[in-house]
Unconditional design. Structure first.
Lengths: 309, 318
């Protein structure tokens, strides 16, 4: 296990540098001057432009900029948004909101998705299974912002059960509807994954043995089928954090939530490229770390991986 | 065995008389019949499923609409706007009502098909070609090539596709269907490459590869003629499904305002523009969203059917 953890950590290092370099490179290799673009039609004097370039290290060669950025990352300096606020303080303000939203969404999609997928897998070919499959396909094919608008229209505008937009404090109860929106697509994937995995394990030898030795159905399903079916679902949750982030940008935009996603959404609307980059870079780093965690969790769940070298 | 008949042991052992087993009957193979490939089996399995015909018909319809939008509506999607009928409901000749600018929603949905489908198709083709080439070279030749390619793939794989596309599109000055497709493929190719690599690794150790090597066939020719055709099936399944997800990704980017420019007719742009007046005219948002979802759904269903048909294990399970 220790060996495995160490190897995964070592593998993360080149990927981390590669990915941050890539994002940084993409933005600066693209033609166009971000500073000039900031001012739009009214161009300031060349001195002002020079000063801003120096402030953001844009006057230095690309590789130096990148190294300064990485150096900043490790000392807790994530750069400054173009409106002048440090990215780190923006993050510490916005992150708890997005974290609450993502946690709610994760709980919704995992609990509901596993239950529906388990029941569907156990009753393969029955009406519940077929309708679960149809609903999950529909949810996957409808873009998340359409789901967002539809739920907002039905539950907040028509029925008035939830608030249309979330207040700046974003307490848990106001985040329920946005979290449902955010969870919708992943819920569908988890249903399909759990269903496939359960129906495959149903015919596994260990399940037949468990039934043959007289275990109750509850125990066979709960301990033998479910636990073994959860391994692919856990792996999926790691990949899913990436789509949750994209979803958070869209969902927080729709419901006007002041989280990380909402900040990125506004920066995109205002055309603040550098702000988008610094926030998304942090998102990518979180995504990589979350994937590492999931990999380790996966190893704990599956003994075959734990002992393999 | 008949060959034992002459061995010294034959005296103590019972040896079946040659005449008792009509060897010829067992070995008889009708050589005139065309050999059945796994593709024939897959086709047989697919054509018996209604889901295949439904999704094939839908895909055909969407393609025809994208290529010949003029066949389906005579109303112009961009001109003849009448602000007096802004956000009005359906009326004669305008079955889906009007947009906020007073344009015919049905015409916009019909003409928007092309941009959405172009991005999806282009991105899928680019990703599939890059993925197949990179994945099969890495899997087949192994060694340092595999190591380098796999590590580069890991880096791109670590960035979620739409997240990376958001970064790049928010600084890219040119926004056309081609650039959107290219940006999406830039972050999506490692998935196909990984699948292809794994599949090639499996096919590489087959007997027919060893046989071809023994016959003196060049390694590159083996890769091209024997390994790739046998390893390509999982890629086809994933490519079909990803066509749908690329269409969704384009719509998401357009919704954020960094996909296709707002002047370009696409479902994503229309949904984005309709979202402003969702309280007063929700149907204006509904129609392009429905068109997009049905298109994506048909590609997802097709992917499911193709996977079931190409994977014998899934076929037996069904």
């Amino acid at each position: 296990m220790l060996w495995y953890t160490g190897r995964r950590l070592l593998q993360l290092i080149p990927v981390f540098f590669g990915a941050t370099f890539l994002i940084y490179f993409m933005v600066f290799a693209v033609p166009g001057d971000p500073v000039a673009a900031l001012f739009g039609d009214k161009q300031p004097s060349p001195q002002v432009l020079e000063q801003i370039r120096a402030q953001y290290n844009l006057d230095k060669p690309f590789i130096v900029q990148y190294l300064l950025y990485i150096g900043g990352l490790f000392t807790g300096d994530l750069g400054t948004t173009f409106s002048g606020r440090p990215v780190l303080s923006e993050l510490t303000r916005a992150f708890p909101i997005t974290f609450r939203l993502a946690m709610l969404a994760l709980v919704f999609e995992a609990v509901a998705g596993i239950i529906v997928g388990l029941v569907a897998g156990l009753r393969k070919g029955k009406i519940f299974d077929t309708s679960a499959l149809v609903v999950s396909l529909l949810l996957i094919s409808v873009p998340i912002f359409v789901v967002g608008f539809v739920l907002q229209y039905v539950f907040a505008i028509n029925l008035g059960i939830f608030r249309t937009t979330v207040s700046s404090q974003a307490p848990w109860n106001e985040l329920v509807l946005p979290a449902l929106v955010l969870a919708s697509v992943s819920f569908a994937y988890i249903v399909r994954l759990t269903r496939a995995s359960v129906s495959e394990n149903m015919s596994a030898d260990f399940v037949r043995t468990a039934t043959a030795k007289g275990l109750t159905r509850r125990r066979v399903v709960g301990v033998h089928i479910l636990r073994n079916s959860l391994v692919p679902v856990i792996t999926y949750l790691g990949v899913d954090i990436g789509s949750l982030m994209v979803g958070a940008i869209v969902t927080e935009g729709i419901f006007n939530i002041q989280g990380v996603g909402g900040t990125v959404y506004k920066a995109i609307q205002l055309g603040e490229g550098p702000t988008v980059v610094s926030f998304v870079a942090v998102m990518v780093i979180i995504f990589m770390l979350a994937n590492l965690l999931v990999d380790l969790l996966y190893a704990v769940l599956d003994p075959r991986i734990r002992y393999a070298k | 065995m008949p060959s034992n008949a002459s061995s010294p042991l034959s005296a103590d052992h019972f040896v079946a008389d040659l005449e008792e087993t009509p060897v010829k009957a067992v070995d008889a193979v009708d050589e005139s019949e065309k050999p059945r490939s796994s593709w024939d089996d897959a086709w047989d399995s697919m054509k018996s499923r209604p889901l295949f015909w439904i999704s094939a018909a839908l895909i055909l319809l969407v393609v025809v609409v994208a290529v010949f939008p003029g066949l389906f509506t005579h109303t112009s999607p961009t001109s003849g706007a009448d602000l007096q009928s802004s956000n009005e409901g359906p009326e004669a000749g305008h079955p889906m009502g009007f947009t906020r600018q007073g344009l015919d929603v049905f015409a916009r949905v019909v003409y928007g098909t092309r941009a959405s489908l172009t991005v999806g198709l282009l991105a899928t083709v680019i990703v599939t070609i890059i993925g197949i080439i990179v994945g099969s070279l890495a899997g087949f030749y192994g060694g340092w090539l595999d190591a380098v390619v796999s590590r580069i793939g890991d880096i791109f794989f670590a960035i979620p596709t739409v997240l990376g596309a958001i970064v790049l599109m928010s600084v890219l000055p040119s926004r056309t269907p081609l650039t959107v497709a290219l940006v999406l493929s830039l972050f999506a190719w490692p998935q196909i490459a990984r699948i292809m690599r794994g599949s090639v690794l499996g096919a590489k150790s087959s007997d027919y590869v060893t046989a071809s090597l023994a016959l003196g066939v060049s390694r590159f020719r083996i890769l091209l003629r024997h390994v790739v055709p046998n390893a390509i099936t999982p890629v086809i399944v994933v490519a079909t499904v990803s066509l749908g997800t690329f269409i969704v990704a384009e719509a998401t980017l357009s919704f954020l305002g960094i996909g296709l420019p707002s002047g370009t007719m696409s479902w994503g742009n229309d949904i984005s523009q309709a979202s402003v007046s969702i309280r007063t005219a929700p149907m204006t948002l509904f129609w392009p969203a429905a068109a997009l979802s049905i298109t994506v759904l048909s590609f997802l269903m097709m992917g499911d059917v193709v996977r079931d048909a190409l994977d014998p294990k899934a076929r037996a399970r069904r």
